[in-house]
Design a protein around this ligand. Structure first.
Ligand SMILES: [Cu+2]
Length: 143
C-alpha cells in the first residue's frame, strides 16, 4: 500500500514537472521576441510609432530608427511651414532622391501641425529633407 502511494506521488510530480517544462517551452518564442524588441528600444529608440519634432528650421534630431512596417509621425512645433520629401541637402543644395521603400511626394506642414510619413515597409536607411530650410535633414533607419 505504502509503496504504491509513493509511486503515485512520484508519477504525479513527474507529470507536473513535464507539464511546466512544456509550458515554458511554449512561451519561449513570445517572450524572446518581446525582450528582443525592448532591447532595441533601449539601444536606439526603435518604435512602432516613432515621432520626430521639427523646430523653426530643423529636425530636433538628426536620425530616427523605426521597426519595419511602422509609420513616422513628424510634428511641427513651430508656426513655420515645412515641406518634407525624400532626399537630402548637401551644403545647402537639394539632392532629391527616389530611394526604394522611401515615401514619395511632398509632406506639407502649415505650422503647429503634424503628418504621418510611411509606412516604411523596407529595411534600410532613408533620407528626408525639407525643401524650405537649407540644412534640414533627417536620416530614417528602418530595421
Ligand atoms: Cu523646414
Amino acid at each position: 500500500m505504502k509503496s504504491s502511494r509513493v509511486r503515485f506521488i512520484l508519477v504525479s510530480l513527474t507529470l507536473l514537472a513535464l507539464g511546466s517544462i512544456l509550458l515554458v517551452a511554449c512561451q519561449r518564442p513570445g517572450t524572446s521576441t518581446a525582450s528582443a524588441s525592448s532591447n532595441s528600444t533601449a539601444a536606439s529608440s526603435t518604435s512602432t510609432a516613432a515621432t520626430v519634432h521639427m523646430g523653426d528650421a530643423n529636425f530636433l534630431q538628426s536620425s530616427v530608427t523605426l521597426s519595419k512596417g511602422s509609420t513616422l509621425t513628424l510634428i511641427d512645433d513651430a508656426a513655420v511651414p515645412h515641406i518634407v520629401q525624400n532626399g537630402s541637402l548637401v551644403n545647402g543644395s537639394a539632392q532629391p532622391a527616389a530611394e526604394t521603400g522611401a515615401p514619395t511626394g511632398n509632406v506639407q506642414f502649415q505650422g503647429n501641425d503634424s503628418q504621418s510619413v510611411g509606412p516604411f515597409n523596407t529595411a534600410g536607411t532613408f533620407h528626408l529633407y525639407c525643401t524650405i530650410h537649407p540644412n534640414m535633414n533627417l536620416t530614417v533607419v528602418v530595421q
